[in-house]
Ligand binder design. Structure first.
Ligand code: NAG
Ligand code: NAG
Ligand code: NAG
Ligand code: NAG
Ligand code: NAG
Ligand code: NAG
Ligand code: NAG
Ligand code: NAG
Ligand code: NAG
Ligand code: NAG
Length: 478
């Protein structure tokens, strides 16, 4: 039975390359059509500029593919009913001589917690937000649209970005069902950007956007074999993204190549009047990250360290460490200078702390209420965490109590609030634990450019430091 299912997925993947997924039955201009499972953004731009296919062709092909695989994978919650019309207007613009940039006419899927002011819902996978209407696009969606991207669909996720239940499953939402990974029948897709990971891995869009509070981009990027970038908190605006925590949330790309992630990051990064964390960005012009991907000798002389004590202290399993060790050899062959034991200076204190749990409890209670209050239309009238708990416990499709609401109870239990003296003490403790005690401490002590660590061990350090991390080749680079 498992084999049958796998065969279906593989057949579907092969079918993608065939002409019947395109408008028109044969290649135009004598150029071969592209297999969307492997196409890069550069490939898609070449095809559109050469007239081999249009943004409308591309959009229809991706929508057909979503319809084909979604009944099994549940990676998509909703598709955009206006996607083909938007593609047509971008095609007209291109014909007229305007190409806005590398994302012009490129279909992109966003996680269902990133608000769009269009015919799609934004719900974090919950009926509590169904039919809610934001005052405008989230800044991330607005920047993508301005760059000429087509927001094709909303990706399924772990409900509330995995900030509701202590006993739910990765990739489950009441609205979207259970997301499955595409590599193996019934595969756990990891989370919370579960649908984003699966959509990207199987080529349901040219690029996908996820969000991370602690591990939600890196985890599914590892599990679905992607490049995922978890930007420094504040590099990408969180305005009108269903929140967990203003201290730790960040928005980033999940793609099949580093260069595609770089194209997307350059578009979505930047200062934003609606998210004051972005005011810490040191540049007025965001770097052209994709241009930096061209250098073939980019790692020559790069000083990279391994925080070995964090690896030794963990229970990470064998296969991941085998791959991790192989990646180190690849980095060496590309000219990187590796420091084998760039130990974190105060790992013990990091491991003893649970400050982050309390910071998230305090942030969520305030931030989620603030999100509901910003809605122009809010059909459930929820405006506090207490009301959200009541709704979730009484609305049958929310699957309570089988999936509990323990994180929210923990949040209600906390005896202090965001902005209190206790709050700032916990945030300051986390900054120390994620910076001097671990990531920055090792970078400084050993004079390094970067650290690498197995992906599954990486999220906690970067989460509390608010620092960037990037999943690539089975390991994470800080
Ligand atoms: C094409 O460009 C012309 C001149 O800039 C403009 O007037 C026209 O509205 C454009 N048409 C489309 C479809 O973008
Ligand atoms: C949201 O979902 C509902 C129910 O599925 C649908 O009727 C509606 O068109 C969707 N979009 C918006 C913006 O409400
Ligand atoms: C953002 O604004 C809030 C409220 O005014 C303030 O407490 C916080 O320090 C500001 N954060 C940054 C990074 O400027
Ligand atoms: C990976 O390399 C380290 C350092 O050389 C070594 O101690 C460890 O046993 C290796 N792990 C695996 C699974 O090969
Ligand atoms: C928070 O971190 C500080 C500094 O490491 C530590 O003293 C304190 O016990 C931690 N509190 C909790 C609740 O973990
Ligand atoms: C929300 O409030 C409006 C206006 O007071 C009311 O008409 C509506 O019935 C309320 N909806 C719910 C689900 O309570
Ligand atoms: C709790 O939810 C139920 C069902 O939706 C509703 O009838 C009731 O008024 C709610 N109670 C509170 C305190 O909001
Ligand atoms: C989840 O936890 C709740 C208690 O918090 C329990 O009632 C429920 O049975 C649990 N669900 C599963 C699937 O174990
Ligand atoms: C919340 O507080 C109650 C009462 O003190 C306690 O029984 C429960 O375990 C707490 N739950 C969480 C998730 O913190
Ligand atoms: C686009 C799509 O297929 N959406 C589906 C997501 O999952 C829910 C629940 O299984 C379906 O009702 C939607 O049709």
């Amino acid at each position: 039975m498992h084999l049958t299912r796998l065969a279906f997925l593989l057949a579907a993947a092969v079918g993608l390359a065939q002409a019947n997924h395109w408008v028109g039955t044969s290649p135009k201009n004598g150029k071969p059509l592209i297999d969307l499972l492997y196409a890069s953004i550069d490939d898609l731009q070449s095809g559109m500029s050469e007239g081999t296919f249009s943004a409308v062709d591309l959009t229809k092909a991706y929508l057909a593919r979503i319809a084909e695989v979604n009944p099994v994978l549940h990676a998509v919650i909703e598709t955009n009913p206006d996607a083909v019309a938007i593609a047509a207007s971008l095609d007209a613009e291109r014909k007229n001589g305007t190409v806005r940039g590398p994302l012009h006419g490129i279909p992109i899927i966003v996680k269902d917690n990133i608000a769009t002011l269009d015919k799609m819902n934004t719900t974090a996978g919950s009926f509590a937000l169904l039919g809610s209407i934001p005052p405008r696009d989230s800044t991330t969606a607005a920047k993508l649209k301005k760059a000429g991207a087509i927001i094709l669909a909303k990706a399924n996720l772990s409900q509330w970005a995995n900030y509701r239940s202590s006993n739910s499953t990765n990739g489950w939402t009441s609205r979207g069902g259970q997301t499955m990974g595409a590599y193996y029948p019934m595969q756990d897709p990891s989370g919370s950007s579960s649908g984003s990971g699966v959509c990207s891995s199987i080529g349901l869009a040219a690029a996908v956007i996820g969000t991370e509070t602690s591990g939600s981009i890196i985890g599914p990027s590892q599990r679905n074999s992607l490049t995922g970038i978890k930007p420094t908190v504040g590099l990408t605006s969180r305005a009108l993204v269903v929140p967990i925590s203003q201290t730790q949330d960040t928005i980033g790309p999940m793609t099949r190549s580093m260069k595609d992630a770089a194209y997307v990051l350059s578009v979505i990064a930047g200062k934003d009047q609606y998210d004051n964390y972005t005011s810490a960005i040191p540049w007025d012009t965001i770097p052209d990250y994709a241009a930096a991907c061209i250098a073939s000798d980019g790692l020559k002389g790069a000083k990279i360290g391994i925080p070995r004590n964090a690896i030794t202290a963990s229970a990470t399993n064998g296969p991941e460490l085998v791959k991790f060790n192989q990646s180190i050899e690849i980095l060496k062959s590309l000219g990187a200078v590796i420091t084998e034991s760039a130990d974190f200076p105060n790992l013990a204190e990091y491991r003893a702390s649970s400050n982050t749990t309390n910071v998230l409890y305090a942030d969520f209670k305030y931030d989620v209420a603030d999100y509901f209050k910003q809605m122009v239309v809010n059909p459930t009238n929820i405006s506090s965490l207490a009301q959200l708990i009541n709704f979730t416990e009484t609305y049958p499709a929310e699957d309570y109590p089988d999936r509990n609401v323990d994180r929210w109870i923990g949040s209600m239990n906390l005896t202090w609030e965001i902005g209190s003296a206790e709050y700032w003490a916990a945030v300051q403790a986390d900054r120390y634990l994620g910076e001097e005690a671990t990531i920055l401490g090792s970078l400084d002590n050993y004079g390094l450019d970067a650290l690498i660590i197995p992906s599954s061990l990486s999220p906690g350090f970067a989460a509390i430091a608010g620092s960037s991390s990037c999943m690539l080749m089975d390991h994470v680079i800080y």
